[in-house]
Structure formats: structure tokens, C-alpha cells
Design a protein around this ligand. Structure first.
Ligand SMILES: Nc1ncnc2c1ncn2[C@@H]1O[C@H](COP(=O)(O)OP(=O)(O)OP(=O)(O)O)[C@@H](O)[C@H]1O
Length: 228
């Protein structure tokens, strides 16, 4: 589903690469944690998958496409296959929960009847069935993250990318969010999650890929956050 073939990424004006000769293969339906200290290259890795940036050398394959060969006009279609969730939720204030989730459908041209069906289904799935008409800013952080996950998942993407999704949440709330991501993964969605949350990684025992100064230094199945 995601393959990096000897990928190096050096940002414009930088001498040191943010990623260096990274090769990794992530299959359909896997759940992968991406760990590493701040500045090790995790966000760069995710941004290459989303084709926000292109590799300086090597190849990035996502859902059967080599992103270096992908014409710009096909990028929106690629991104439709990838749901994204961030630490800071990135919801639309002043709009309700249902409107935030429906927006993701509207921008890709789904019909109103389709939206009326899938938005409540998705809100039910994330445990927010009773909160559809609340303004998002009235919700707790954990609930806001559930809205963001509903929005990411409503189009049933092949891949869900989560960049520090529990970074702003307390430990108990984080466990609920992880249960939800685990459920989404079990519906055959590939989940790639960058995190500093060692407790979560140690509890979940999923595949762990560790970056250090742009290099892939560990790839462990049923792994833990740190090796020491
Ligand atoms: N747009 C950019 N332009 C120049 N350098 C960048 C850019 N984005 C990231 N970098 C550099 O690339 C390296 C890797 O950064 P990246 O954001 O991928 O790390 P990270 O592991 O996600 O860190 P964090 O855990 O703090 O989010 C760092 O040295 C960073 O300063």
C-alpha cells in the first residue's frame, strides 16, 4: 500500500537531508507506528505519502502509484484515498459536528442523499451519534478528535494518516481514540501514525518504525516505543 524505495528528501536550502535512504514496505491493512525524536523525519515521511513534497531521490509508491510520476492534476484523487488526522484537530469552527463531516463529502461532489446517509453512520461509529448538531468548539478535545476521525474516515479511505493524534489529549481519552483507530484499521484501512506517546505504542504492540536523524533505524513487528 505504501512503499519507500531508497528515499532521500532534502528540503530546499538545507544541507542535511530530512530523510536519508529510507526503504520500507507497508501492506494493505497494516497498523504502523512511526516513532523518533523531534526532527527525526516523521512528518516529512507523512508529507511524502500525501505528496505535499516529492522525494529528492528514490521512489515513493502509494496505492499502486509512483508519486514521482504522478501528474499534479492526479494529486487530489490520490489524497481522496488518504484520510488525515492531526494533533490540533483542524475542524471548522462555527459549524456543527455533522457539517464538519459532511464538508469532506461535499468537496468531492457527493450527493446530498449520500451525505445524509453516511454522515450519521460515521458519527455513530465514532460514538458521537447524539452530538451531530453541536458546534465543534463546544466539544471536549477527545470529542473533537472523534469528529476529525469521522471526517477522515467518511470517504472510506484506503489509508489513514495520523500525526500525533493523541498529542493534546489526556491518557484516558487517548485510549478511547486508539480503540477507534484500531477499529478503523480492522475494517481493512491501513493506518500510519506518527507519535511520541510511548504508553500507547507499548500498549498496542503494533509494527513500529523508528527514524533517527532521517534514517530508518528500526522496523519491529509487535514493537515497543523504545528499545532501551
Ligand atoms: N519545510 C521545511 N523546510 C526546511 N526544513 C524542514 C522543513 N520541514 C522539516 N524540515 C527539517 O527536516 C527535519 C525533519 O523534520 P520533521 O518535521 O520531518 O521531523 P519530525 O520527526 O516530524 O519532528 P516532530 O516530532 O517535532 O514533529 C528537521 O531537521 C526539520 O527542521
Amino acid at each position: 500500500m505504501i512503499r519507500f524505495d531508497n528515499v532521500t528528501k532534502t528540503y530546499d536550502g538545507q544541507r542535511r537531508p530530512a530523510l536519508r535512504n529510507v526503504s520500507v514496505d507497508i501492506d494493505k491493512g497494516e497498523f504502523v507506528f512511526l516513532v523518533g525524536t523531534s526532527g527525526s523525519g516523521k512528518s516529512t515521511f507523512l508529507r511524502l505519502v500525501l505528496r505535499e513534497y516529492q522525494a529528492s531521490s528514490g521512489q515513493v509508491w502509494v496505492a499502486g502509484r509512483e508519486l514521482g510520476q504522478l501528474p499534479r492534476w492526479k494529486v487530489p484523487k490520490l489524497r481522496r484515498e488518504i484520510g488525515t488526522v492531526f494533533q490540533d484537530f483542524r475542524l471548522r469552527p462555527g459549524q456543527t459536528v455533522a457539517e464538519n463531516v459532511a464538508f469532506a463529502q461535499r468537496v468531492i461532489g457527493k450527493s446530498t442523499s449520500h451525505i445524509r446517509k453516511v454522515v450519521p453512520e460515521t458519527l455513530e461509529m465514532v460514538g458521537l451519534a447524539g452530538k451531530a448538531d453541536r458546534l465543534v468548539e463546544e466539544l471536549s478535545g477527545g470529542e473533537q478528535q472523534r469528529v476529525a476521525i469521522a471526517r477522515a474516515f467518511v470517504n472510506r479511505p484506503k489509508i489513514l494518516i495520523a500525526d500525533e493524534p493523541t498529542g493534546n489529549l489526556d491518557p484516558g481519552t487517548s485510549v478511547g481514540i486508539m480503540k477507534l483507530l484500531d477499529r478503523i484499521n480492522r475494517s481493512d484501512t491501513t493506518v500510519l501514525m506518527a507519535t511520541h506517546d510511548s504508553t500507547i505504542v507499548d500498549q498496542m504492540r503494533k509494527r513500529v518504525i523508528e527514524l533517527d536523524d532521517g534514517e530508518l533505524i528500526r522496523d519491529q513487528s509487535r514493537g515497543v516505543y523504545g528499545t532501551q
